[in-house]
Design a protein around this ligand. Structure first.
Ligand SMILES: Cc1cc2nc3c(=O)[nH]c(=O)nc-3n(C[C@H](O)[C@H](O)[C@H](O)COP(=O)(O)OP(=O)(O)OC[C@H]3O[C@@H](n4cnc5c(N)ncnc54)[C@H](O)[C@@H]3O)c2cc1C
Length: 410
């Protein structure tokens, strides 16, 4: 049996790993110059620059089945957050796992915050057995905002904590993302650690790729079209050549899957501009900094070298900051606006511009109800299967689960 996978992102690599374990002859065709798709890390002057701010939850169930956490040398973020409003700074210790400790000056109703968070934890835990993925969380058609209000959280807590914190996870400050995604990520944070591999997020796909036989991944080889025989898909056309296979699995991002296979995929996307600075002076350490003001330029910022010192050359510091609404600005404007804001957040620190990543397509948009409309891994066309986050949910776990399922169903 010979299978061709289009795309060497986490979905394609996980799919290839599982098929290889089943002794299937597998080839992966990747358009770009490296493995990982949206999960890659660049090295520049001794700094490790993830292509966008990304975190790995150690509790991710599908990811745990395929990744060796020890060898990834995972480094954990400090729990909680530092909430910034201009020069005002409030520290939340661990609102998710230890709600009672989350006392902070900005929560005028701090006493009820703990109780409501416990209520939320209990209700998330009640659906936990099924929640191996976003799809496993019971059917709900509400937004995160409505879910938080229904749980009884006050305006102050939603605005000062949930909006910037989950705005950074969903890349959407409106909190219009499905409450299923919120409940799943909340349970992941409660059950495990929030981490990155010591040498960058790109270590995750590299570890998956290392399971595959030498020569089975073809980089810089975009698949141009599918080969068909009657109603059946029988291979791919890439680099002008025809490559025959018993089955083809499309593990690209959603728009490319629609173009190649005519798959009906979710529409819309959320994106970010990720800005890197070398920093000197004191920041928020291993805790994430959140921009809680309505007009905040950065939604969140993290001193990556405080999480893993391998992100910066010895004795130096790397700051990663995320703007959700900055695509229209020039690089110079982005750096300047960013430094003005970070200097308010950290008056005793200096910032030197390093790099900007503009990533318009980070995740497909996940409004309430979207997960019930996603395509199946099996298609009606013999010889054609789909993998990729757009068949599951938009996350490291969702993409890996999609690859695993496609391999099991092939
Ligand atoms: C900035 C950012 C932040 C994120 N934050 C988080 C986070 O904190 N936690 C989390 O869990 N998830 C996060 N995500 C989401 C997560 O990274 C994605 O859901 C996941 O990586 C998607 O993997 P995939 O394999 O489905 O798709 P992709 O990674 O997009 O892989 C698809 C691959 O297909 C290739 N391809 C496309 N067309 C062709 C073709 N014609 N021929 C050959 N190859 C082709 C592409 O080059 C690409 O390598 C984030 C994503 C981004 C970008």
């Amino acid at each position: 049996m010979r299978v061709m996978i289009v795309g060497a992102g986490l979905a394609g690599l996980t799919c290839a790993k599982v098929l290889n374990e089943k002794n299937v002859d597998v080839s992966v065709f990747e358009a770009s110059d490296g493995v990982g798709g949206r999960v890659r890390t660049d090295e520049r002057g001794g700094f490790l620059l993830d292509r966008g701010f990304q975190v790995y939850f150690t509790a991710y169930p599908a990811a745990r089945r395929h990744l060796d956490h020890e060898r990834l040398d995972l480094r954990r973020f400090d729990p909680g957050a530092v909430v910034h409003r201009g020069r005002k700074r409030d520290v939340l210790s661990d609102p998710v796992r230890d709600p009672g400790s989350a006392i902070s000056g900005l929560l005028s109703d701090a006493a009820t915050f703990g109780d409501k968070t416990k209520t939320l934890s209990r209700s998330v835990a009640a659906g936990e057995e099924a929640a191996g993925s976003v799809g496993g969380v019971g059917e709900e058609r509400t937004s995160t905002f409505d879910h938080l209000r229904a749980t009884g959280f006050s305006d102050g807590i939603v605005e000062n904590f949930f909006r910037p914190f989950y705005g950074g996870i969903f890349l959407d400050r409106s909190l219009g993302t499905s409450s299923r995604v919120f409940r799943f990520t909340f349970s992941m944070m409660a059950k495990g650690e929030t981490t990155v591999p010591a040498k960058g997020i790109g270590e995750i796909p590299k570890q998956l790729a290392a399971h595959l036989p030498y020569g089975s991944i073809h980089l810089e080889t975009p698949v141009e079209e599918l080969l068909r025989d009657g109603g059946r898909v029988v291979g791919v056309k890439a680099n002008g050549g025809e490559h025959e296979a018993d089955a083809v699995i499309i593990a690209t991002e959603a728009p490319a899957a629609a173009k190649l296979a005519g798959a009906k995929v979710p529409e819309g996307a959320v994106g970010e501009v990720c800005v890197y600075y070398e920093m000197s002076g004191a920041g928020d350490g291993g805790k994430i900094g959140l921009g809680a003001d309505d007009g905040s330029f950065f939604n969140n910022a993290q001193e990556m070298s405080a999480v893993s010192d391998e992100y910066a050359p010895s004795g130096r510091k790397l700051m990663s900051a995320v703007a959700l609404d900055a695509f229209d600005f020039s690089d110079e404007e982005i750096y300047r606006k960013g430094i003005a804001e970070l200097s308010d957040w950290h008056p005793n620190a200096d910032f030197r511009p390093l790099a900007i990543y503009r990533i318009p397509y980070c995740q497909f948009a996940q409004p309430p109800g979207v997960h019930e409309t996603l395509p199946e891994n099996r298609t009606k066309t013999p010889g054609l299967l789909l993998a990729g986050e757009y068949t599951e949910d938009s996350s490291i776990n969702g993409s890996m689960l999609s690859g695993e399922k496609a391999a099991m169903r092939g």
